[in-house]
Structure formats: structure tokens, C-alpha cells
Design a binder for this molecule. Sequence first.
Ligand code: GLN
Ligand code: ZN
Length: 787
Amino acid sequence: MARTHILGFPRIGAKRELKFAQEAFWRGEIDEAALRHVAAQLRTTHWQRQADAGVDMAAAGDFAYYDQMLGMSVLLGALPARFGFDARHLTLAQYYELARGNASQPAMEMTKWFDTNYHYLVPELSQDSRFDGGASWFYDEIDQALQQGRTIKPVLIGPITWLWLSKSHQPGFDRLTLLPALAQAYRDILAQLRKRGIEWVQMDEPALCLDLDDRWLDACDSAYAALAECGVKLLLATYFDSAADHAGRAAALPVHGFHIDLVRAPSQLDAWLRVLPAQAVLSAGVIDGRNVWRADLRAILATLAPSHQALGDRLWLAPSCSLLHVPVSLEPETRLDPEIRGWLSFATEKLEELRVLAVALNQGEEAVADALAASDAAQARRRSSRRVVNEQVRRRAATVTPAMAQRRSPFAHRIAVQHEALKLPPLPTTTIGSFPQTAEIRQVRAAYKRGELGALEYLQRIRAEIETTVRRQEALGLDVLVHGEAERNDMVEYFGEQLCGYAFTESGWVQSYGSRCVKPPLIYGDVYRPEPMTVDTARYAQSLTERPMKGMLTGPVTMLQWSFVRDDQPRADTALQLALAIRDEVADLERAGIRVIQIDEPALREGLPLRRGDWNAYLEWAVRAFRIAASVVRDDTQIHTHMCYAEFNDILPSIAALDADVITIETSRSAMELLEGFGAFDYPNDIGPGVYDIHSPRVPTVDAMCRLLTRACQVIAPERLWVNPDCGLKTRGWAETEAALANMVEAAHQLRASLAAEGANALRATAAQVPGDPHPTIRSACGCATH
Ligand code: GLN
Ligand code: ZN
């Protein structure tokens, strides 16, 4: 019998129950016991769903009060010493202080989990790190499931992945020296599970899909050697890409099975079949855990048939990865177009798909003939739907020429005519786009959406907000203004709603970090722009002021990256369609007299494949998409782009290849590192390194910003430099925003004065004496689009 299992279930709850309980706990409205109660109920519900679908081994230990990596750190007892917490007696309040910071300590660093939009908390290690075990929450979960009589497979983040994703701020310290102690801690955990009669344990090792050098591969050997004969069977789980390169080595590890992602990397199946030891299980990840489309069950059965024949009941069936990355259930989606709804499958529906596959394999396809026929029909309907294909869009995409991805003149010429046209001072000041989204403005949008506010009144309210925002910027003395994005709930949804080929769910929430969730739109068909999207707003905003007003658009790669994307054509093709739609908008903005247009691409980096060998192919189409969107304008129209919250230094050539006239970029995490990268690479165009962190209500001093700018002058020619915050200001209040921007403008003025008095060289010399940041800053998520 081919067994079924899942790698994990979304923990947030179909109605985001965990989010609301967490937030109530943070506000002090409920106590720890009440929060635990909500968590236990959610787990029961999720196990029941798995049982209802006949999943043979339910996932346990996949729950987390905030994040599974932090959960693993707690279980190991490996908490950052700077908090001074006793891991064994950790309270939930302290756990959340680790995740969110407290009065004396900044939060643990947070960053993206592989190529997903989920963020984990980075373990902080030093030579003094110990793994003596921590709070018993993980075992409590296991015991809860066992008390309910469930057959479970506990889930742990494996030692290699946990260690790989950790960081140490100790110079020269080699984290791998911690491995023996770490492996011992895992042994202890597995012993606890054996005591409870657990048969299988899933060890998540997605790091095995990365480029690992020999040191790390050796570490993997020795870690798992240390876990041999631990009394439970280990399923080594890889996902998000192929682990075929390491299959031979992995097959020699003393583990009992391997899970592989056959959605992302179907071709790795053969490599694994060749090396799979005689007794070992192969778990085939065949249901897409990263996307929302109904599986083609018949096609999956066809690819599995030979493996099933070869392996018999050593073949297991599973989704490709944890279902954490898809919404919980289609059930509440009553307003979704029924045709499109019929093409979808969220976590709960994926469990059912898994059941059908298992029955078909175990009992023959006749046993699930109806379900297979329904799957076939859904596939056929989607393939032939008129909603999917738009001939005009396809013809246009097919005739894109290289010239369309090329500005008319090189940057040196463009910037000269732009200076002429825009007449900006040196070190021009600007902001990233959004201004505070007050409760009032959010209410106005919500009322309009509910139909309680008429179109005309809504327009007037938004325009009033834009006018105030413009006046405040003028009063502050900013040079290039923005309209403030009051009409936007989310930088992707706002455009998606105006494009054809996009659909929206009501409750399709996916955890992004902690209590924050996103509701990614669905791109189901060819994308096009039926009419201008931002032109009226931009024209109105520009009419209010003599200063240049930036048009504000979301770029094609970010539109793609923060949506669930159709899987029936290459992502590059969808990116191109998005690029053409945005290109038309750019052209219309220019025609409406907008002289500066920003195309945001904060998600450019996160689309990078796991393997470096695949980077170029991605970067090539991603950069081309941006250039097609941007290159339609005249030389004197200035194109800006913006990026934030990612590691940019290793893709600087591609960032330069975007050929935006100006890039504004977040630097709060590590100003020095980023600037050094840009300096060493000799970034050719204008650049605005963020001079203050927008995640904090703290008002930065003029001095602090002057220091940063002076330092920037060291590596970037002052003529190339802009002055701006790190990111959009939508999450801030007006009082702190105005105070911070006033200081920012003052800092720019002071620097302009010293530039005029002493020249660029003098600035460079003083910069050399400016000390670096006293301590590392936090790399946190851009919370703009989360709820
Ligand atoms: N223009 C957007 C804003 O200011 C950019 C947001 C982002 O980078 N995520 O809100
Ligand atoms: Zn940003």
C-alpha cells in the first residue's frame, strides 16, 4: 500500500484564528493559557482534516506560535544569549520578545525562507551556543496528537538546514564546529520521540537543494551518522528544487526514506530511483504545495506507475512541500468566479487529491473513477477556457523586439537632459511612495468597497488626502513628490484588480511572518490592461504642484512574485505580459505630463532559483521584463526603481542592467555592506540609499542621517546620490513621519552646503573617519502588504 502523508499544514487557521489570538495576547487581552487553547484547537482541526482525507500519517510538530525555525531553536535550547532567557522555562511572552524585540533587545533577524514569501527567524549562534534543550512545547504537541489516537509523523527542521540558515556575528567563528553538540541534541529529541512509540520522523532538509560545498556535505554525513540507531525511522525531506546532485551521498546516510519535490524538479525521480537503497522509502512530492491549481491526477498517476511497480509500498505520496504556502480551504470562496474556482485546490482540497491518488494506486483507477473523471474535466475546461487565452496579447508578446527593452540613449546622455528638465538640486530628496495610511483613509477605502460610499464621494476623499499629502511634502521642502498611495490597499492587489487575467480570493490567506498574512491574487489567464490605471490620479497630483510628481507603479517581477501564478506557461511568459501592460501605463503617464516614473521591484531578488546555476536564466527574463516596462519613455523622463529587504550585493550586475535612472534602496540592515557592494561594483546610475529605517517610529537625528550620507559619498559620487527613506511610509503615523522627513531634508541641506563649500573630495576625506554602525541592524520583512 502506497502510504500518504503531508509535510505540514497551514497553522494560521481558516479564519486566521492564530493571528487574532496572537495579537490579542500581545495586547494583553488574553493570557498564555487562552492562546495555548486556541493553538490546541487549531491542531485538532488540522489533524481531523487529514484524518477525513484518509492521510495515513498526520504531520505533527508542524505547528508554531510564530515560526517553525524559532520553534526548532526553542526545542534545541539555542536562544540568542543577549536576551538572557532560560530556554527550558521560556514563556510565550518571552518567545514573542525573541521574535519581535523588547525594550532592551532588537528582535532576532528575520529573512525569507528559501524562495518563498514566508519569513523565518534566523538562529543566532556563537562559540558559546549550547543545545541543552528548551521548553517542551514540541512534545506537548506530539502528546496531544497521541492522546487523540492519531497516527503521526513528527516534523523537525533537520540539523543541516537549521545550521545552514543560522548566523553568527562573531568574526571568524565557524558554525560547523557546533555540529557534534547539535547532533547530540537531535539524538536526545529523537530518543524522546522513540519513548513515545513514534515510528517515523520527518527531517526537513531543504538545504540539500542548494549548492552545498564539501564541508557542508561532510557535515551532513556526520550529523546523520550520529543519528543512526536512534530507534526511530528518519524521512529526509527535501523540497523547493532538485536534490539529485546529492542523491548518491544522501542514499548512503543511515536514514530510512527520502522525500523529493517532483513538482519543482520532476526529472530528479530517475536519479533517486537509481540510488535508492533496497529497504528505503521514496516519498514522491507530487501535489504542488506552492501553488493553488488543481492537480492533473491522471498525469501524476502515469508518471508514478513505473515507480509504484518498482517500489510497491515503499512508494509514499505527498504534497511537494509543506502546505504552509497555500491557503487553508476553498470553502469560503463563494464570490470567486465559479469557473475559476473549479480550477483551484487549496490545502484541504489537496488532501483530497492525495487520497484519490493513493486509492488509484492501491486499488486501481476504477475505485476512484468519478474523482479522476472530474479531475480530467477540470483540466480540459481550464485548457480550453476562453478566459485563459487572449490572442491579441499573445500576438503582441510574440513581436517584442530588442529595441523595446532599450532606452533611446545611454544613461550619461539621459541624466544630462533630465537635469536640464527637472532642475533638481544636488542630493535631491524624495520618498518611496506611500504616506501614512491612517485609520480614516482605510475606513474610506473599506466603505467604498462595501458600497457604502459612492464613487464620487470616494474620489473626493482620496483627492483631499492626496492634496494634504502634497502640501505637507511641499512644506517639508522635498524635491520630488509622490501622491502618497492613499487609494492602494496593497501594491500588487491594486494593479491586479485593474488588469485582466487576475482573480482575487476572499479568504486565501497565507502566513508571511508571525501573525502577518498575505492574500496573493491569482493570475489565471493572459494579462492585459483594459484601460489606464493610475493616470488620472497622477495627473491630479501633478496639477497640485510645480515640483515633479512621481508616477508610482509596481513592476512586472513583483506583480508575478507576490501572486499565485498560472502553471500552464513559463513564468517568463507571464512576466512579459505584465511588462507590456505596465509599459502601456508608463507611456500614458508620460503623455499625461508625468516626468518621473517609479517602477517598484522589491521582489526581484526573491524570485532567484535555489541553484546558482539557474540564476542567469531567471535574471535574464526578469531584467528584460523590467526594461520592457520602462524603456518606452523619452530621454528626459526619469525612471526610478525601488528595492528593499533582501541581499542585493550578489545580483548587482542585474540591478545595474535594469538601467533605471535612479534606484532607491533600503539600507537599514547593514548600510556599510550594501554601500560597499555598490561602491565596489561601481554602480553606474543614480542611487538613493535609504537614510532611515521606516520600521521604527523613532525619529532619526539630522546627525545620524548626515553620517550615513557622508559615508555614502565615500563610495558613490555625490552627483549620483539621492536622499530618501528606506521604504514606503504607509505603516507610520504622520507626526513621526513629518519629524523624520524634516530632519532628512535638513541633513540633505547640510550636506549640500558642505559640498558647495568644500567639494566632493573633502566629503570623501571626512567620510573615511566616520565609524561604522555600533551593532548589526535587523533585516525585517517589508510589512506593507501584510494583514
Ligand atoms: N511604493 C511602495 C510604497 O512606498 C513600495 C513598497 C515596497 O517596497 N514594498 O509603499
Ligand atoms: Zn520597499
